[in-house]
Design a protein around this ligand. Structure first.
Ligand SMILES: [Cu+2]
Length: 189
């Protein structure tokens, strides 16, 4: 004699079917939400102005433009702001010792002559990548006189571990006094 279904069998079948349906609805809802997020972010992206990207030819950095050797280091601009230009290359930063004033906004303009390098100033929130062909442009203000190390933190080849520089923050008045006599400043001895 075949086994009879227990009295509660059709009930539990319906319960399972309802649970399956609820989970299916939930999954469809999650997929729908993800599609909405994709649509919204795509439209948002298209409607925003393009990012400001500055390019430079890494093959002629040392010959023409703002990254020639005599332009590297810290400079006081006509409006009194400070700009530092640096080139990263296997396996050094030029200049290897960067002189900046404290309590002054400092604009960094940095690029790479060869491969991707990392640019980080220890004990600050300065942390960017240097990509050949592009100019990394950012601003930082240093609170007080200090010496910071600036190691390359993006693996760039066999000499990577030895690729680092220093950032020397000095008193604002002292910096601007030195800048009166020299067009470009650095703390390279
Ligand atoms: Cu490196």
């Amino acid at each position: 004699m075949p086994a009879q279904p227990s009295p509660g069998h059709s009930d539990s079948h319906q319960t399972a079917a309802r649970a399956e349906f609820r989970w299916a609805l939930f999954v469809v809802g999650v997929i729908g939400l993800l599609l909405c997020i994709i649509a919204f972010t795509s439209l948002h992206w298209v409607l925003m102005p393009t990012q400001r990207v500055e390019t430079v030819n890494p093959a002629t950095l040392h010959l023409v433009g703002e990254f020639t050797e005599e332009n590297l280091g810290s400079a006081v601009e006509p409006d009194g702001s400070v700009t530092v230009r640096i080139v990263g290359q296997q396996y050094t930063f030029m200049p290897p010792c960067i002189l900046v004033p404290d309590k002054t906004p400092v604009r960094f303009r940095v690029t790479s002559a060869d491969v991707i390098h990392g640019f980080i100033i220890a004990d600050t929130n300065v942390n960017v990548m240097l990509e050949p062909g592009y100019i990394s442009n950012f601003q930082a203000t240093f609170r007080k006189p200090a010496m910071h190390v600036m190691p390359c933190h993006e693996f760039c080849g066999v000499g990577h571990a030895g690729m680092w520089a220093r950032v020397k923050v000095i008193d604002k008045a002292d910096f601007f006094r030195q800048a009166q006599n020299r067009r470009r400043l650095s703390c390279v001895q």
